[in-house]
Design a protein around this ligand. Structure first.
Ligand SMILES: Nc1ncnc2c1ncn2[C@@H]1O[C@H](COP(=O)(O)OP(=O)(O)OP(=O)(O)O)[C@@H](O)[C@H]1O
Ligand SMILES: [Mg+2]
Length: 242
């Protein structure tokens, strides 16, 4: 593997779960500045739990999570969401009775006193997703699945985070919409964003990411590059992903 950039996300020996049960165990993972890293795995592997631990939504039992050098383990979710990490969650979780722009601005709640910065961030979301500018006053419930995913990604951008977490953004989308989402992630990379992408679609992960982690039953079981997948690692992945 090539030399890696300075990490913006560092996870060491993470164990986390619900109740008394550890769903993820001894997870170690890094995302470098400007890097895109995938976390692949089948249903129930623990991928979302890792993202929720980063956001402070699932308490970690052991281990260390640092974002931009800050230990986030003891921080409440609203502090982590203030420019450290942001998530485009599984299922998008939009306020469907609110307009597109209202949903976007919700991502920048902690910046609301800095109107100029919020306007700049909105401008960059509309550059990446021009259709959202055209629909900015529409109720989110009127958007297609792909357009709703764009709003979820845009809302994540609005908090101007150090690391962006995307939880299965391709799920339940048409091939055309998947392509739009992939191109948006590539555009985020071009603009210097650092991404952790949870995916079940290997083709999406290999198009977007520099490195891939494979997770099954709550543990990281392999690390691959897109080249390794293309030159035969696919059969390894199929074994893991079923
Ligand atoms: N709130 C919760 N309370 C108890 N158990 C949970 C909770 N959320 C998830 N789990 C369990 O934790 C395990 C891992 O779930 P997680 O959602 O992290 O998996 P995932 O890899 O994201 O799966 P998927 O691809 O289906 O989204 C599963 O066995 C799940 O049932
Ligand atoms: Mg999940």
């Amino acid at each position: 593997m090539s030399e890696q950039p300075a990490p913006v996300l560092e996870i060491e020996s993470l164990s986390a779960g619900y109740g008394r049960f550890d769903v993820v165990r001894d997870v170690a993972l890094t995302v470098g500045k400007g890097e895109a890293v995938a976390l692949l795995g089948p249903n129930g592997a623990g991928k979302t739990t890792v993202l929720h631990a980063i956001m402070g939504l699932v308490r970690q039992r052991r281990g260390l999570i640092r974002v931009g050098g800050t230990d986030v383990s003891a921080l409440p979710p609203h502090r982590i969401a203030r420019g450290l990490a942001a998530i485009a969650p599984e299922g998008r979780r939009l306020f469907l009775d609110q307009s597109v722009e209202d949903n976007l601005v919700l991502g920048a709640l902690h910046l609301r006193r800095d109107r100029a910065r919020v306007e700049r961030l909105l401008g960059s979301v509309y550059e990446i997703f021009p259709v959202l500018k055209a629909y900015r006053h529409r109720l989110s419930s009127f958007l297609s699945g792909g357009e709703q995913q764009m709003v979820a990604i845009g809302r994540m951008l609005m908090s101007d985070p150090q690391v962006m977490l995307l939880d299965e953004p391709s799920v339940a989308l048409s091939p055309v919409a998947v392509d739009i989402v992939v191109k948006a992630m590539l555009e985020l990379r071009r603009r210097g964003a650092s991404l952790l992408l949870v995916e079940q679609r290997i083709d999406v992960a290999t198009r977007v990411c520099d490195r891939l982690y494979v997770m099954t039953h709550g543990e990281i079981v392999d690390k691959l590059t897109p080249d390794m997948v293309r030159s035969g690692g696919m059969s390894i992945l199929n074994k893991y992903l079923g």
